[in-house]
Design a binder for this molecule. Structure first.
Ligand SMILES: *Cc1c(COP(=O)(O)O)cnc(C)c1O
Length: 401
């Protein structure tokens, strides 16, 4: 796997058989422009220096790795560690790629960032980047989501973004994607589309992975320094898959490290009850790329369900579909109940309130630890739980004991 990043993806954006760029014709030249600009900038010392400066002085990187001593003792077996992306500015890993997208936009001479958002987390991170770079920002959001995620709408507005209310169809994420793409086509000369995960047409799955690599690079070095060895297991939750690709990138070439992606099993393995695209999906196309997708009987993307709105996607980044196919990464699922138990346990026993998304990775570690005495598990704590507090406490109270 030493050569992995040199050959994956191919120049046209294929991770094995997955990925690619299926675009409406008017967008083809714009995506080619983005790919060419990124190709040049990713080799430029000036761009990398700017990115380093932003990460250190604005985002607060490096984020630490924490040893979860109390939780490890309670689980028995493996020692559990967490990479603390919850300590990144704005509270999650998403800023890693949003700041890099903003910087790319500036180098390309663009003055505006456009995107859709579901739960609002990506919108907030991109609006933060736009404010930092002094750019306009236009975020499309379903009317239904705007009501559900009102605090994030306020955040985006405070950050100076225009939030476009999308009322078509079910008025949620899918309609917001269509609306944002429509608006982008009309303004692509001056705007960059900021995709929120390792999904979408080439070059975004590759670029967003590269922007998130910092998580794995730091974590590997920090873990070695703390323990003198590499972890036996690394794990991260997988929605679109960006925080997972960030952590995994640091360990893909280490044959001795087992890697696990953790998908949301929602309330049951029945189609419609979960969002575990790699565990239960099939090969298909979604949003301009080829990957594993959850499809209904008509072959359309199926409805999905999980407690963690950031994992709510019927597809998955093409690189994960590839890593599953070649057997380098194992994908498992954790359900709402396990994630919720992990959410309460990390809060109570370690003093860290995790995002419900990240709680899926922790749930996997807690389930796996007893059967791995003498080993170590490093998870990516992709974000903090502030955004989930009200919902969890109103719906489930303060936990059982
Ligand atoms: C958005 C989000 C995720 C899911 O996105 P990926 O691209 O799968 O990483 C996970 N954790 C947190 C905290 C998020 O905000």
């Amino acid at each position: 796997m030493e050569q992995y990043f040199k050959t994956t993806p191919t120049r046209d954006g294929y991770f094995g058989e997955y990925g690619g760029a299926m675009l409406p014709p008017p967008l083809v030249p714009h995506f080619e422009e983005i790919a060419a600009a990124y190709d040049k900038l990713s080799k430029s010392a000036e761009y990398m220096n700017d990115l380093r400066y932003i990460r250190k002085h604005f985002q607060g990187r490096p984020t630490p790795v924490s040893y979860l001593r109390n939780l490890s003792e309670r689980c028995g077996g493996a020692q559990i560690y967490a990479k603390r992306e919850d300590l990144n500015h704005t509270g999650a890993h998403k800023l890693n790629h949003c700041m890099a997208e903003g910087l790319l936009a500036r180098y390309m001479g663009k003055t505006k960032l456009i995107a859709e958002t579901g739960a609002g987390q990506h919108g907030v991170a991109l609006a933060t980047a736009a404010a930092y770079f002094g750019m306009e920002c236009e975020i499309h959001m379903g009317a239904v989501d705007m009501v559900k995620e009102a605090p994030n709408v306020v955040r985006m507005q405070l950050l100076g973004a225009t939030v476009v209310e999308v009322t078509e169809g079910a008025a949620t994420l899918k309609e917001a994607v269509d609306s944002a793409f429509g608006s982008y086509i009309a303004q692509a000369d001056k705007a960059l589309f900021g995709i929120g995960s390792v999904v979408g047409p080439h070059p975004f799955p590759m670029m967003v992975r590269d922007f998130q690599k910092i998580v794995g690079i730091e974590a590997r070095e920090q873990f070695l320094e703390m323990t003198g060895e590499l972890p036996d297991v690394v794990a991260a939750c997988v929605g679109g898959g960006s925080n997972a690709m960030g952590l995994f990138s640091g360990f893909i070439a280490d044959a001795g490290v087992e890697i696990f992606g953790v998908e949301p099993l929602g309330t049951s393995p029945k189609l419609g009850d979960h969002a575990a695209s790699l565990t239960y999906g099939q090969d298909g196309d979604i949003h301009g790329f080829h990957t594993k997708v959850l499809l209904d009987e008509e072959g359309n993307p199926a409805p999905v369900n999980t407690l963690a709105s950031g994992l709510d996607y019927p597809g998955v980044g093409p690189e994960h579909a590839h890593l599953q196919k070649i057997g380098r990464v194992n994908y498992q699922a954790a359900d709402d109940k396990e994630a919720l138990a992990a959410f309460y346990d990390l809060s109570r026993y370690e003093g860290i309130i995790p995002a419900l998304e990240s709680a899926h990775a922790l749930a996997f570690a807690m389930r796996e630890a007893p059967s791995r005495p003498g080993q170590s598990i490093l998870i990516n704590l992709s974000g903090r739980g502030d955004k989930d507090l009200d919902y969890v406490v109103e719906t489930y109270g303060f936990g059982n004991d």
